[in-house]
Design a protein around this ligand. Sequence first.
Ligand SMILES: Nc1ncnc2c1ncn2[C@@H]1O[C@H](COP(=O)(O)OP(=O)(O)OP(=O)(O)O)[C@@H](O)[C@H]1O
Ligand SMILES: [Mg+2]
Length: 275
Amino acid sequence: MNVIGLDIGGTTTKAVLLSGDKVKHSVSVTGSEPIVSASGALGKLIEEAKIQLSEIKLVSCTGGGARHIGCSLLGLRTVRVDEIESIGYGGLVLSGLDEAVVASIGTGTAVVHAKRHEDGIISKHLGGTGVGGGTLTGLGRLLLGRGSVEGIIELAEKGKHEMVDLLVKDIVGGPVGNLPAEATASNFGKVGDGTELEDIAAGLVRMISEVVGTVICLAARSVGLEERIVLVGTVPTIKMLGDQIVGTISMLGGRAMIPENASYAVAVGAAMKGK
Ligand SMILES: Nc1ncnc2c1ncn2[C@@H]1O[C@H](COP(=O)(O)OP(=O)(O)OP(=O)(O)O)[C@@H](O)[C@H]1O
Ligand SMILES: [Mg+2]
């Protein structure tokens, strides 16, 4: 029998089809109306995976929008799983680790300590930040006149963040403490007149990656797990952001991995837990 995991997030809704412990199919839809997004993602998944409604045992819902879902959706039985538990569960399952700090980087960022015990996985919310993918699209629209991730990244790839960011070496001429000379001393601290859009875009991606990476690394350090960080959500799957978040964490002495299917981790966690 199949179980579906549905993660109704602030920006996108992800649905995964789980058969046993295997992810058979996954879909993502964009939309902020939770019931429309949930029904749409469910319909798309069933259609693409070519299964019958009668073959589905349960739809396990999580994410901020899950509170709007009743005890059934399109006639299928639903259960609700706490988002923090789904993040922890999904991060451990996809990474194959027994204990880790799992960060979900979506519209905003949530950091969770997850540990496998004899009777299941226990997840604890360590904290997070409102800086995330929503900050990228929001500030992208304001600063660059572009609200699509593809458009912002296209500009950022042509820019140089050091044209807008004040680096440690700009101030002290070399490294300081445990920071290398190339580390950022002040994001956007070097903006002058006539700054190019490409450089602003590069600075924006850099600032978000650095804030998110720093918050995650410090939270992980508070539980002694800075070398076992798992990044999930859609944002780490955008190569430029994923690379820079991992880079920030490693500059701070931590280590982070992005598992396969990272953008579906929370939906996978909900499906596993619901089962
Ligand atoms: N095709 C896309 N559509 C929408 N957002 C995208 C897309 N590609 C990348 N993104 C980025 O991913 C972010 C959303 O990530 P994700 O889907 O993990 O968040 P969410 O689960 O909806 O939010 P949260 O978990 O914070 O409630 C967007 O803010 C945007 O920056
Ligand atoms: Mg999410």
